[in-house]
Write a protein of this length. Sequence first.
Length: 197
Amino acid sequence: MIVDRRTRIIEAATQSFSLYGYKGSTMDQIARLAHVGKGTIYRFFPTKEELLEAIMNRFIQDILEVAQSSVQPERTFTENLHRTLHNVLEFRSKHEMMVILSHEMREMGTEIVMSEMSKVEDALQHFVKEQVELAIDSGELQSCDAELTAFLFIKTYAALVVEWPKRAKAIHQDQIPHLLEFYLLNGAAQKGIARIG
């Protein structure tokens, strides 16, 4: 029964954060949605921050499951990277709470929300870094700074999918792996042309 109440509280808080954001949600609202007393919530989660942290930890596990299930050994690194980032961004964009919290983070700068959202980004960064390291070990990528490479892949992918359509026609999903290869793996410079530095 204790697990059921804890689960109900987490589900109710997720619903409340999805509707009202973090700042707009109160422990009273969450208690009503969970059909428990406010004291019961405090027994499991002494603060609203700890409740958000528990929810975000569960979300991180979900994101990592999506990422892991996107990787297929028969695909190239670039294809796996594309599938992973596409599936993670799609999952995240359909998760109502994440949409609301992302908006709250941008508009209000709520510190705890920013901190927890950063943990989601860190988890994805770590996953992609591990994939880069595997690609280096297999010889598919040359030796490089895996952390920086993962960061560049994630940011470039997000820019192509989220930012570029605000400026020009959206890029079809099938084109993205080719663009990642062209700009990040092969380089846009003509062969034999002097490089910077």
